[in-house]
Design a protein around this ligand. Structure first.
Ligand code: NAD
Length: 515
């Protein structure tokens, strides 16, 4: 069963839970070696966890923001004090580079603990409301945010700290108990964070980790009061249906196919650096990776040349500590097949491979950093989420064609526009149908936790970060207090002709509107 102690990775590995039925082998994708085993929990185990969560949640809520914040601040420090150990865990279960773990996970996790400790009281403060409605004149109107109770968080494998554990932080800050079902591919970081929270003083069972596969995630939805899901669009739809069956709220952060537009007046060096970095970092396995580029014809050749040089210079392979390679492994072996399929489909339809284009043979799971040109929207590489180190670049006639192509997608997570004309950049950004757009940048909006981050179209429902990033783990409760009152209000029984006429006059007076 799933107590924190039993599930700590080292202990699971030495517990003899070594690959027999009911356990999951965790591989290092950089080497292909099995590094640990974790339990594959069934519905009964998840039910027991939920019962424990329900017992401890009221006490956690009663501690208030002041009682909870010190634990978060200690956890922030714990992340920094233990960063090498956390990075080692992340790198070993994902195969990503040291820098990818440091920049996008350690930095996010530490910042998020501090951010939510400070901002939860502000975002969830009681709101005093004034109303123009005569019926409530003189009454005290308040909206308060009450934690929902037990939150289920289901996460993907690409960012085990940021995208799985990260969403637990605001849920806990609001006073909920949380059960996290991490990806079966990368469960170890979530377990390490259980150790972090325990050492920092979190009461037992307020945060629990339900390791397992899709069935464990399904069982979790059956137990909780709200589900926060990050993962692919097809699984997200199943989660939405399961949540609808129980009529519980679901927040869905799903797949993407983010476009980057390069206008003719762009700073081409910056645009090329950003396109290469944000398509290749984390081996392209980021929901808001740059997945496709549209370049205005006059600067197309120069841009392609710059990108080709930069991608050719990337070091690629098994990360051996800081500064060793720019592009690491692919975390999920079947993802290699998909990337290979997208490249083959593009080539079959006329695309050119300028750099890379193949998986690397030998130990571990690697795909070469790849640049494709002569691409169009008949190709999967331009329409489906590739989630790999590929950068397809398409020439467009003008900005109108660029916007049309950028919006020609079922996804709408992020996007980028490069131009020195900032007003034009912002105007183009407003016409891109996605949750966020960066002008002369990419992806960076994710780091500012004050900004809502979520997907349009099939990239999701709801958002994380900002006020909604914590309010979604609560329900608003309206409280109306009548302070001074007559024995009977004029609209109460019995109805009399006189009162009805009086009310009619008042209604006419207050609703006459302005000419
Ligand atoms: P996935 O959908 O395959 O799995 C995600 C999680 O859902 C896993 O923990 C899995 O075990 C669980 N799961 C599977 N079937 C389930 C079911 N029926 N009920 C409940 N849970 C179930 O996604 P993945 O391959 O792990 O992650 C990659 C995807 O995640 C990409 O599409 C990527 O774009 C997306 N992603 C989105 C964001 C975002 O913020 N929008 C962030 C990171 C990743």
């Amino acid at each position: 069963m799933a107590s924190v102690e039993q599930q700590a990775p080292e202990e699971v590995a030495v517990n003899g839970n070594n690959g027999s039925a009911g356990s999951i082998a965790v591989e290092n994708p950089g080497t292909g070696e099995v590094i640990a085993h974790v339990a594959d929990l069934d519905a009964a185990a998840v039910h027991e966890m939920a019962e424990r969560a329900r017992q401890v949640q009221p006490g956690w809520e009663a501690m208030g923001f002041e009682g909870r914040a010190p634990i978060f601040k200690r956890a922030q420090k714990w992340i920094m004090d233990n960063q090498d150990r956390i990075i080692d865990t992340i790198v070993s279960e994902t195969g990503k580079t040291y820098e990818d773990a440091q920049l996008a996970e350690i930095s996010y996790g530490a910042h998020a603990f501090g951010f939510w400790a400070k901002n939860a009281p502000k975002y969830l403060a009681d709101e005093k409301v004034s109303s123009s409605q005569l019926f409530v004149k003189g009454k005290k109107l308040t909206v308060r945010w009450r934690p929902l109770g037990v939150i289920g968080v289901i996460g993907p494998w690409n960012y085990p700290l940021t995208n799985s554990f990260g969403d637990c932080i605001p849920a806990l800050a609001a006073g909920n108990a949380v059960i996290l079902k991490p990806s079966e591919i990368t469960p170890l970081t979530s377990l390490l964070m259980a150790e972090c929270l325990q050492e920092c003083g979190l009461p037992p069972d307020v945060y629990q980790v339900a390791t397992g596969r899709g069935a464990t995630g399904k069982a979790l939805i059956d137990e909780v009061d709200m589900i926060m899901f990050t993962g692919s669009t097809p699984t997200g739809k199943k989660v939405a249906v399961a949540a609808a069956e129980r009529l519980i709220p679901a927040s869905l952060e799903l797949g993407g196919k983010d476009p980057l537009i390069v206008l003719r007046d762009a700073d081409l060096d910056r645009a090329a650096n950003a396109a290469v970095f944000y398509s290749m970092q984390n081996s392209g396995q980021t929901c808001i990776s740059i997945e496709r580029v549209y370049v205005e014809a006059p600067v197309y050749d120069e841009f392609v040349q710059k990108v080709t040089e930069k991608v050719s210079a990337l070091r690629h392979g098994h990360p051996q500590g800081p500064g060793s390679v720019e592009v690491g492994a692919m975390t999920f072996p079947p993802q290699l097949d998909l990337v290979e399929k997208h490249v083959a489909d593009a080539v079959a339809k006329g695309a050119k491979v300028l750099v890379g284009g193949k998986r690397r043979e030998g130990q571990g799971y690697y795909f070469e950093p790849t640049v494709l040109t002569d691409v169009d929207h008949s190709m999967e590489a331009m329409t489906d989420e590739t989630f790999g180190p590929t950068l397809p670049i398409m020439k467009v006639e003008d900005v109108e064609e660029a916007i049309k192509m950028a919006n020609d997608s079922i996804f709408g997570l992020g996007g980028s526009v490069f131009t020195k004309d900032l007003a034009k950049g912002e105007a183009v950004a407003r016409r891109i149908h996605s949750g966020a757009v960066n002008v002369n940048d990419a992806l960076i909006n994710y780091t500012a936790l004050e900004l809502p981050m979520g997907g349009a179209k099939q990239s999701g429902l709801g958002s994380r970060h900002g006020a909604n990033g914590i309010r979604k783990y609560c329900e608003p409760q309206t409280i109306v207090v009548s302070r001074s009152f007559p024995k009977r209000d004029i609209h109460m029984f019995p109805y009399t002709e006189k009162n009805t006429k009086r009310i009619g006059k008042v209604l006419k007076l207050v609703n006459r509107g302005k000419k």
